[in-house]
Design a protein around this ligand. Sequence first.
Ligand SMILES: Cc1cc2nc3c(=O)[nH]c(=O)nc-3n(C[C@H](O)[C@H](O)[C@H](O)COP(=O)(O)OP(=O)(O)OC[C@H]3O[C@@H](n4cnc5c(N)ncnc54)[C@H](O)[C@@H]3O)c2cc1C
Length: 491
Amino acid sequence: METKSIWKVNTQEKVLPKLNQDISCDILIVGGGIAGLSCAYYLKDTNRKIVLIDKNTCGSGATGYNTGKLTWMQDLIYHKIEKNYDTKTALLYLESQKEAIKLINDIVKDNHIDCNLTKTKAYVFTDQEKNYEKFNKEIKFYQENNIKYKINNQLPITYPSKLVIETDDNSFVFNPYKYLIELKEKVKNNIKIYEKTRCVSIDTKDGYYLARTLDNYVIKSKIIIVTTHYPIFIVPYFIPFKTEVKKFFLVAGEVKSKKDVQILSNGNPSISMRYYSDKENNYFIYGRNSHSTTKKLDIRDDYRTITEEYKTFFKKEANFFFHTHDLMTYDDMPLIGEVKPNLYIATGFNKWGNTNGTISGKIISDLIIKKENKYCEIFSPKRGLSLDKIKNIPLFNFNIGIRYIRNKLNSKMKYYDNKVIIKNIKGQRCGIYIDEKNKSHIVSNICPHMKCNLVFNYIDKTWDCPCHSSRFDIDGNVIYGPSVYDIKIQD
Ligand SMILES: Cc1cc2nc3c(=O)[nH]c(=O)nc-3n(C[C@H](O)[C@H](O)[C@H](O)COP(=O)(O)OP(=O)(O)OC[C@H]3O[C@@H](n4cnc5c(N)ncnc54)[C@H](O)[C@@H]3O)c2cc1C
């Protein structure tokens, strides 16, 4: 089976040139995923000199590997937000998601973007009675706030279910990668985009930000928007201590026909399903599980489970396997806004980055052009940190702390075979992978971000950080941040 995102099949992208000199601009956007390109889209006509850089290519991050769902019915989230905050905040969040879906529909229509955008019904279900209480709380929220829904006892596909909430209001699916690469083509007329350009540091001097690239060029800008998924800096705001990274796995297989539905289960494991049609084939996409990257290290178990489940439920083999991760926040709300004068972030999308990344573009552009935006306050990274809301923060840090210490003490994971060796070489802790041709690939075993020890991922042949999810290839090149540096060995 190919370990490749289904969205990249039959999709061509043009790679843009990298930065090769010092430059200055009014606004620098770091990161060309859905959040960064949405910021670019809403700022492109503001008469400012705007630059966007991406360390790889736009769409190469989490957005190019997600399920491509656009819905406001995001699991059983509203009664939780109501409990953490109040009804007004929960309703405002709901409104922001509906607005983001409308914004995407408008962008697709106005720019003739071909990204398979399709209206669907959306379902949240459970097959376990122990989850009924949460469903009842969510249904009560819907009833008290006149939200239209239906209750069923089975799904529109053959899959175990007992209690199902359905909506046919404002839910869509699309190909998120196609959407991004076409959006890049539209914004690049007004915005200078440099790809293969990695930002490694952001400093301040004389009221300007100086962003340095790996090739040692400097971009001087009054305003910086960091949309790198996991922000590349630790200070200000201390994101690594306020979020948790969760991993999700997806498989997809060819099917004869498709249904316009998107389905999500509540509980553990969390299952996410939808259909997708490109010009040639119909596919069924099956996503599974959300476990903290600190807890499970050997992703071969996840690969086995999801491929076997797919085969059991749908009586055939899957053709694609892919996975990515997302940042979860302490209060189930994204972090969008200013963290320091003229420094903006958009992150912590809690698995709903297609809508939240899009609304980030609107919020941050409104903040920059000083236009009122009713969602600024609820998403502000500076929102109050009262005791009842931060209860998850100690847990996130405990899990990371335990993993950090365990990995420091263990030089060898239980699941390593003789192809993966952890060894001290000239006083430096190294990870060695011996490939099929018996060639040794030696890299540092320490993540440059916060010095956690890396673990080997046999499915993708990468070194992964279990603390904050940076990932590196076997030759030490960083694939995913927050690390901005490679782990190549210095001679
Ligand atoms: C399996 C899975 C399924 C999901 N399904 C859905 C879904 O159906 N619907 C939904 O709404 N959300 C979904 N999500 C969530 C969603 O995928 C993410 O929240 C969203 O893609 C994050 O977008 P982003 O723009 O912040 O990050 P990304 O898409 O990761 O973009 C960040 C960009 O920044 C670049 N970058 C990183 N570091 C640097 C640097 N140092 N210098 C320059 N550039 C840099 C990267 O190359 C990348 O292109 C899912 C998440 C997972 C894990």
